[in-house]
Write a protein that binds this ligand. Structure first.
Ligand code: FES
Ligand SMILES: [Fe+2]
Length: 290
């Protein structure tokens, strides 16, 4: 049984917490690209316990800056996108994507005070439907070379869902190999072509049986774990007969991503992203090889 102290250590993710500092050293999903699809691409973001605002400039660059204006605390979600940045609706301070204040209209023309105002800002990168943010120290690392980032945009599909639990509880569901036999089972096996959208309707390359049927009929997998350079790999082994074994692989990429091949053609990459200490976003990208 985990102690309350250890539990806090792995679930408290605000600034200057152990787990929060760790999470900040990795690119984290901040929003779906489609959330910025309207005429005014400005959205509020709560990520790792911080309140932020994400915007996209005319030139396509993204800014993720503190939500409250450093002047009088106005909500920059109501800011105006203009002149190469986000302008506070209260007194018109203009912030660029680096959080640098560029203009303070009410200051005398001779003032250079704006140069001293550098608001909280985090680098962003958009890839295949998700805008990622780096909230850690120093220069951001490159994005990991996951299939979902290498695949052309047209071969990927990104989505997110709100989950009312902390990131670790959500991650535990992601890597839990036994639940698939019950939660993801179908009682009728339709032909692959007719089951569009149904998870696990495909069969594997070397066996005709749809994966949903494999999961349904072999509901007591043997579980093996191997340590890897980037986390752990979990094998759920379902012995189907003397000759065949179904192997479901879950790659946990520390700290909070997992990658699961769910058929011959489809790879599922997921991130379990802390909104704060007790709620999370589940982000995912499906990548299809055909
Ligand atoms: S509160 Fe933002 S400019 Fe004054
Ligand atoms: Fe599941």
């Amino acid at each position: 049984m985990m102690s309350a102290e250890d539990n806090r250590l792995v679930t408290e993710i605000g600034p200057n917490t152990g787990c929060g500092d760790l999470m900040r050293r990795y690119w984290q999903p901040a929003a779906l690209t489609e959330e910025l699809g309207g005429e005014r691409p400005v959205v509020r973001v709560r990520l790792l316990g911080e309140d932020l605002v994400l915007f996209r400039n005319d030139d396509g660059t993204y800014g993720l800056i503190g939500r409250n204006c450093p002047h009088r605390g106005a909500d920059l979600c109501f800011g105006r996108l203009e002149d190469g940045g986000l302008r506070c609706p209260f007194h018109g301070w203009l912030f660029d994507t680096n959080g640098q204040c560029r203009e303070q209209p009410a200051e005398p023309p001779s003032s250079n005070f704006s140069r001293k105002i550098n608001h909280t800002a985090y680098p962003c990168i958009e890839r295949n439907g998700i805008v990622f943010a780096y909230m850690g120290p120093g220069n951001p690392p490159p994005l990991p070379a996951f299939d979902c980032f290498e695949a052309p945009d047209a071969f990927t599909f990104a989505f997110k869902g709100f989950v009312d639990c902390n990131w670790l509880q959500l991650n535990e569901v992601g890597i839990d190999p036994a639940h698939a036999s019950f939660l993801h089972r179908f009682f009728d096996d339709e032909p692959e072509e007719e089951g569009y959208g149904q998870q696990f309707r495909f069969s594997t390359e070397e066996n005709e049986m749809a994966i949903t049927k494999v999961l349904r009929e072999y509901d007591c997998p043997e579980i093996d774990i191997e340590q890897t350079e980037t986390g752990i790999r979990i094998y759920a082994l379902r012995q189907m007969n003397d000759e065949e074994m179904h192997v479901r692989i879950t790659n946990q990429i520390f700290p909070n991503a997992i990658i699961i091949p769910i058929s011959n053609e489809i790879m599922l990459t997921q991130w379990h992203v802390p909104i704060d200490d007790t709620t999370s976003w589940w982000y995912a990208i499906f990548s299809c090889f055909t």
